[in-house]
Ligand binder design. Structure first.
Ligand code: GLN
Length: 194
């Protein structure tokens, strides 16, 4: 199994380190040709406007949509969640319209720019140490989307078939459980397509 981390901008190295820790081969994906080699893709946190701009510049939008159409799992974290959302409030054009949710950028407001919370995440953990940094919120979810976690009644983690999207950064602590959960999605997708 090989897992790619989209390496245009943001917390790329940290995701690769967690994958290393879990004993999975990780690839920093910068070019569309590299997508052929990987079984799953993580889109990291960072700045969604910048990642979106580079996606267009490097001609990666259509190849990633195709990657998804082949049944390969994608995990978007923080800015990565914004990148895979179908709808972004304030009329922003979506980047990769895949996950059937609406997200609102920087939704926790200035006063609480960054915070940590111990979150229960369905099928993953009772107490996941989640780091939120200028995080987006999921304000609407489609009928085909399963909510995995909420903070104060606000949705912060969802799954829709082969897509996993979370508002926070799971790569900034030692907790590998969310990555392990994603790797299980990748493993199942490989088995299905063998
Ligand atoms: N606020 C950033 C954005 O809108 C996301 C922040 C993050 O990834 N930590 O893209």
């Amino acid at each position: 199994m090989k897992v790619g981390v989209l390496a245009l901008q943001g917390a790329v190295r940290e995701h690769i380190q967690i994958l290393d820790k879990l004993g999975v081969e990780a690839v920093a994906v910068k070019r569309k040709e590299q997508l052929v080699d990987v079984d799953g893709l993580i889109i990291p946190g960072g700045e969604s406007t910048t990642i979106g701009k580079l996606l267009r510049q490097y001609d990666l939008q259509a190849p990633i949509l195709e990657f998804h159409a082949k049944g390969k799992p994608i995990f978007g974290t923080c800015a990565g969640l914004i990148i895979i959302a179908k709808h972004i409030t304030e009329n922003n054009e979506p980047h990769l319209p895949l996950l059937n949710v609406t997200v609102q950028r920087n939704a926790f407001g200035r006063q609480v720019d960054s915070f940590e919370a111990d979150l229960p995440i369905k099928d993953v953990a009772e107490d996941f140490q989640a780091v939120f940094i200028r995080a987006p919120l999921i304000t609407e979810v489609g009928a085909d989307v399963e909510v995995l976690s909420t903070v104060k009644d606000q949705v912060v983690a969802v799954k829709q078939e082969n897509l996993l999207g979370i508002s926070f950064h799971p790569e900034l602590t030692d907790d590998t459980r969310l990555h392990a959960y994603f790797l299980n999605m990748v493993k199942k997708a490989i088995e299905k397509h063998q």
